[in-house]
Design a protein around this ligand. Sequence first.
Ligand code: NAP
Length: 269
Amino acid sequence: MTSTPDHSRENAAPLAGRHALVTGAGSGIGRACAIELARLGATLTLVGRRGAALEATGAELAGAGHGLAVADITDFAAVRAAFDAAADLRGPVAILVNNAGAAKSAPFGGTDPELWNEMLAVNLTGTYNCTHAALAGMQAAGWGRIVNIASTAGLTGYAYVAAYCAAKHGVVGLTRALALEVAKQGITVNAVCPGYTDTALIEGAVDNIVAKTGRSTDDAKAALAARNPQGRLLQPADVAATVGWLCLPTSDAIHGQSIAVAGGEVMCG
Ligand code: NAP
């Protein structure tokens, strides 16, 4: 005899009452993460440098009580002020998604100090700044979720993006060290490592392929998609689904991991 599953006791809003802050929420993966966390019931603070982009994301969120904070994550003091203001309005940050980032490519010889420092500042130091601003509140509450959007470039090397790769490997290292430090405090720390995802960020890689090969933009995108064994560019929602899962109360045991969301491009373990 088959039986119909009983879903009546499933919680449709498992993150209700949790304040989630997503950096880089005005576009791409960050926007998808914010939408997913709001769908799961969280109250969002959206962070980025472009207020209009954050407002556009805010208009897509389920639920009420969300807000935004315009801040540059590379600025320690500005991040602290933005997080404190958000906590005054929505309570301490319980869920932090360190998503804001940028990817510039150059051969190593052409990687000047400006490019090197810029990649480390936004991808690695920004993650440190935001985590530093949120951690004490999570510790006081005895519960928290930190999800760092790293990259497959945090797990393996790619030519012509040494600074980005170094920064994303640093994010994975930060994830592992902090996970051990807070393991008994009710806080989980994980990294999500997307492969090539169809957002504005890959436009630089697409432009490089077009410039070097004379291919069309569509052909260049297809070349990136071909690196994924599934033969496709990931969608931001693919990444957001994993972020949402990591933030669930039932994901307590997933800790210190760097999870590739890349269609099999990178295999760990
Ligand atoms: P995206 O659409 O360009 O998003 C990047 C976001 O970061 C933007 O919303 C940007 O907003 C924000 N940002 C950049 N610098 C900032 C700063 N200094 N302060 C505050 N916010 C800043 O690209 P995406 O693909 O969604 O990237 C999101 C994350 O995924 C990045 O960490 C990226 O490295 C990672 N990732 C992407 C891919 C991919 O193929 N797309 C693959 C692996 C990993 P403002 O300009 O408004 O500040």
